[in-house]
Write a protein that binds this ligand. Structure first.
Ligand code: HEM
Length: 330
């Protein structure tokens, strides 16, 4: 008996001494999910560790006449590809009020159904830049926010971080007004991709998803008075009355533009090509059940579209897969 207790104490002790080393060895992509979970007061079983609150719709995508000159991707040639879209609020808080300051940026995830059972995704946000150029820096920012929650230090860890990271400061100070509706919110791809047409010509570009209804925002007073689920409810009511449409645009990089750094915006004067029109026609009937079993992936690509070497873009699928696995209880 004594021996058994000793062994269990010893093994517990060895687990405890091994723990700090194991925690440090976790990949950054997993540490990011851990901190996102902590920041949202999670884990919240069955929900995404970021962009937890969402709503799903379905519709079609119609490519423009010039889309094929940019890429040979199937949905940029073929009419009426079916699409599945998920709009979301930021953070891993499943019931965050839609107009809450932490519920920004808003998200849009689009899955295009391609021939032969294939699909390709676009996953974008409502701000045209990102706070960090690398996953390590993003983790630094999130950890600084976490460490500031119970800190009396002046400046706080997050103030210190923002003081030495101008891109993060720019992102947190970019105005993020509450939209009237998801149907009046523009979205931006932020990460660049390489597009190749049938003639083998390539360009780098970043997506913009622009509402046909135009960008429209609430006044501060209206946002303060908005119902907690006003965006999620509104979009369902809108599509019952009329289809909701967006133009899918591509901002094309010039020679010398930074394609591997999501913190660097390209000048507005860059050429913009319209790739097509997204038309959302109805809510997904079993939205809540469906979104749980689905993982959108910005690197779910198809022939004619390739990833850039942006370290943020390359890190995303691993973090998303960790979050997805936890959502499924794995
Ligand atoms: C290293 C950087 C990033 C990390 C660690 C990260 C982390 C995450 C995680 C863990 C999720 C939940 C995924 C799931 O459970 O299915 C998520 C969702 C999402 N992320 Fe990111 N993200 C990063 C960068 C970005 C960027 C650059 C964008 C857009 C430009 C973005 C937009 C979104 C959106 C829209 C969703 C919700 C997708 C959905 O509806 O399923 N994220 N992110």
């Amino acid at each position: 008996m004594k021996i058994k207790i000793l062994i269990s104490v010893l093994s517990a002790a060895s687990i405890i001494t091994a723990m700090p080393a194991m925690a440090e060895e976790k990949p950054v992509t997993e540490q990011l999910v851990d901190t996102l979970t902590t920041l949202s007061g999670g884990p919240h079983a069955g929900f995404r560790s970021n962009h937890a609150k969402g709503v799903m719709l379905e519709g079609t995508f119609q490519p423009s006449a010039q889309a094929a000159s940019i890429s040979k991707a199937a949905h940029l040639q073929k009419a009426d590809s079916p699409v599945l879209v998920r709009f979301s609020d930021a953070t891993g808080v499943p019931n965050i009020p839609d107009a809450n300051g932490n519920a920004f940026p808003k998200g849009i995830a689009i899955r295009f159904q391609l021939p032969d059972g294939l699909s390709t995704d676009i996953v974008s946000i409502s701000v045209n830049n990102f706070p960090a150029a690398t996953p390590e820096d993003f983790l630094g920012l999130l950890n600084a926010v976490r460490d500031s929650q119970n800190s009396t230090a002046k400046p706080s860890p997050v103030e210190q971080f923002l003081g030495s990271h101008p891109a993060a400061l720019k992102f947190v100070t970019t105005p993020k007004p509450a939209p009237v509706s998801f149907a009046t919110q523009p979205f931006f791809g932020v990460n660049a991709f390489k597009f190749t047409n049938a003639a083998g010509q390539s360009v780098y570009g970043r997506y913009q998803i622009i509402p046909v209804a135009g960008a429209q925002y609430l006044t501060k007073e209206a946002a303060d008075a908005a119902a907690p689920d006003y965006l999620m409810t509104d979009i369902g009511e809108r599509v019952k009355a009329n289809a909701v449409q967006y133009k899918l645009l591509l901002q094309i990089a010039d020679k010398g533009d930074e394609v591997n750094n999501a913190t660097v915006q390209w000048p507005e004067s860059r050429k913009i090509v319209e790739l097509g029109t997204l038309t959302l026609k109805s809510l997904v009937a079993d939205s809540k059940a469906k979104e749980k079993t689905l993982m959108f992936n910005p690197l779910q690509l198809t022939e004619g579209i390739e990833a850039s070497q942006d370290p943020i873009l390359l890190a995303r699928p691993t973090s998303y897969a960790v979050s997805f696995g936890r959502r499924l209880g794995k």
